[in-house]
Design a binder for this molecule. Structure first.
Ligand code: ZN
Length: 665
């Protein structure tokens, strides 16, 4: 596998045109017009029947082991004479007759869409490895769909028909010799060859002055509320000794001491600051100056809190501030309530002054004072607002700040709400205990921002759409924000039913990924990758050829997202389809242990969805019918919220391995 394919991987070697979400519905096809037409009367096209003619489609073939010698190539060649399925019945039950020549092989309808694409964004934004493909020209965009001209574009067309680029995605004719085009792209006059399939366009104008990579800030935002005094037994007693108990705060203090000394060793120039919260927010900064306290009314004033953070004096680097910070950490005492929201805001505002900075929040309770409170303590306090954490997360993302959230196990911290901070900024969400808090802080410290302001645009030809997205366009924009190492996103696409036939007549179809981002040194960059994929005209794919890693990551990310959006039933359908597919694949080839990870995710996620649907049913029965259904986000337990957030950022096993290897070397 080439480097190129590692960064952009398809689950299936070919594009399967005839998947429709309708395959989820049994008997749908029989009600469609033309469903009963005789296939022999169709015009002699390579693949004359439309998807509507099949009772089921996209079967995957599961071939018994004994027939291994007869196993066909992963996907049949283009003109493979796919046996005609029998005419549709009103119901898919009993199972349809297998195609001729494949009798006894056992086929089942494939409900999962295998047109899935995984993009390793973490690798693609690492431009230190892409110097060979750097271009200082500007990308040439299609006037209509904003596709970028590439090696895949019809360059012959360009030369033969007087500088016209007929966009391979939307069909628009772009006149390359037009006056506007030439003034923007003088190089087009020189008739240079088209740019390559993977090009890095670097915008020479910098956003701001060059920033030192080391010149970033780590803010530890630590809960010192009364509940942090809860102790746990860490060393069991025996006949000679009584057991040792440590409070949560002691556990955190110990973890902070470890974090400070490892920062001193690994990155002595890193700036470090401390913020604590209980009834009030205490800003220690680097610990060298008198701490600033924010309390009472100020805890409800967004602008005031933000200004407090943004104007705080520049913290010194850890090499200079270690003694004073260590002393402050040692002196921390626990009492009072949990002003988590205001403390998080001050911390993010401090970090916002240094792009690529981190805020690590460590708490053991539900935010109950000031902005972002999730529990209504007194009747006169304002009602909890679900928008605060999203608003704060957007502010952090805009400034290139990663927020990680760790909460103590056994407490309800409303992680579903607070976790939004980490989810949107690229940080970690985890539940810790006294024994694991130090390791978790170390992991959060190790996450490096590779790029900020990341925006992905995926283009496919007109006629392709992206299921589960709001509009049906052939172009999909996804705002990603901060990207850390190994970050992957997935897309699923399908061909619109009325376009299936025309797509099946095409040999290949193009895909283009455009990644716009700012690098750590604030260079504005656009990376454009264009690829062509072959189309399969067969109505089945061999399950053994599918890339389970890509499908597994996609299913995890999609189902987690759907659950967070309250689309639990859709998530459940996806999970069932994926489970069926996994079963078929494991019949086809024994799955290596690392692949079973995906199966585990799916099982855990299924249980969460199951709980949500039964909970919702019960609460709806007891509630007034006019009440709007409660958002499932608020119904999630901390444990479930943790799983969902972690699955939203699921990575393939291969990528996790790669990252581990890279950090070793
Ligand atoms: Zn276009």
């Amino acid at each position: 596998m080439s480097f190129f394919y590692d960064q952009m991987e398809f689950a299936c070697s070919h594009i399967v045109c005839n998947w429709t979400s309708g395959t989820m519905v049994t008997g749908l096809s029989s009600s469609l017009p033309g469903a009963t037409s005789d296939p022999t009367t169709c015009p002699p096209l390579p693949r004359p029947r439309s998807v509507c003619d099949h009772d089921y489609d996209n079967r995957i073939s599961v071939i018994p082991k004994a027939a291994r010698a007869l196993v066909p190539p992963p996907v049949p060649p283009r003109h493979f004479d796919s046996p005609a399925p029998k005419q549709p019945h009103a119901t898919s039950d009993p199972p349809p007759v297998p195609p001729r020549g494949m009798e006894g092989s056992g086929e089942s309808p494939i409900k999962a869409n295998v047109n899935v694409l995984l993009i390793n964004v973490g690798q693609l934004v690492d431009i230190s490895k892409a110097s060979g493909i750097q271009s200082n020209q500007k990308p040439v965009y299609c006037e209509r769909c904003r596709a970028v001209m590439s090696a895949v574009s019809n360059s012959q067309n360009r030369q033969n028909t007087n500088g016209v680029w007929c966009c391979e995605f939307c069909g628009t004719e772009n006149h390359l010799s037009g006056p506007g085009m030439l003034s923007r792209h003088p190089h087009l006059l020189l008739q240079r060859p088209c740019p390559g399939r993977d090009v890095l366009y670097v915008n020479e104008e910098l956003d701001a002055d060059y920033e030192n990579l080391e010149d970033m800030l780590v803010v530890f935002c630590v809960d010192v509320s009364g509940s942090m005094s809860v102790t746990s037994e860490i060393a069991p007693g025996n006949a000679m000794r009584s057991p040792t108990y440590v409070s949560r705060l002691q556990g955190v203090q110990d973890a902070l001491h470890k974090a400070l000394s490892s920062l001193l060793q690994k990155s002595p120039h890193r700036r470090v600051a401390l913020v604590t919260f209980n009834d009030e927010v205490t800003v220690y900064g680097d610990g060298t100056a008198v701490p600033v306290t924010v309390k009472d009314w100020a805890l409800l004033d967004y602008d005031h809190l933000r200004e407090r953070g943004e104007t705080h004096s520049t913290p010194h680097c850890i090499a200079e501030s270690l003694p004073s910070l260590t002393k402050r950490v040692k002196e921390l005492r626990e009492h009072g309530a949990t002003a988590l929201g205001p403390a998080a805001l001050v911390s993010v505002a401090m970090a916002s002054q240094y792009p690529g900075s981190k805020v690590i929040i460590c708490t053991d309770g539900c935010a109950n004072i000031g902005l972002g409170q999730l529990e209504q303590e007194q009747s006169h306090s304002p009602a909890p607002s679900p928008y605060f954490y999203s608003q704060l997360a957007n502010y952090a993302t805009e400034k290139g700040v990663i927020v990680s959230v760790m909460t103590f196990e056994g407490e309800d911290c409303r992680l579903a709400e607070v976790g939004r901070l980490a989810d949107l900024t690229g940080g970690r969400v985890n539940i810790v205990n006294i024994g694991t808090v130090a390791t978790e802080i170390q992991s959060a410290l190790a996450d490096n921002i590779m790029a900020t302001g990341v925006m992905a645009t995926l283009l496919a030809p007109d006629g392709v759409y992206f299921p589960f997205e709001d509009d049906e366009a052939h172009k999909l924009l996804r705002e990603i924000g901060n990207v850390t190492e190994g970050f992957e996103i997935t897309f699923q696409f399908a061909v619109k039913p009325d376009q299936v036939e025309s797509f099946q007549r095409r040999d290949r179809i193009p895909f283009q990924l455009q990644l716009d981002f700012r690098t750590r040194d604030l260079q504005k960059v656009t990376r454009v990758i264009t690829q062509q994929r072959r189309v399969t005209t067969s109505s089945w794919v061999w399950a053994g050829s599918l890339n389970m890693g890509v499908l597994g990551v996609h299913c995890a990310q999609l189902c987690a997202r759907l659950t967070m959006e309250g689309r639990v039933l859709e998530a459940q359908n996806q999970l069932r389809a994926q489970q069926d597919l996994l079963k078929d694949i494991s019949k086809q080839r024994p799955s290596p242990r690392e692949e079973s990870v995906y199966g585990n995710w799916i099982n855990t996620m299924s249980m969460i969805c199951e709980d949500l649907t039964t909970d919702n049913k019960e609460s709806r029965e007891t509630k007034d019918l006019h009440d709007p259904p409660s958002s499932p986000v608020t119904d999630l337990s901390d444990e479930a919220a943790k799983v969902v957030y972690q699955m939203k950022r699921a990575k393939s096993v291969a990528s996790t391995k790669r990252t581990a290897e890279a950090s070793k070397s």
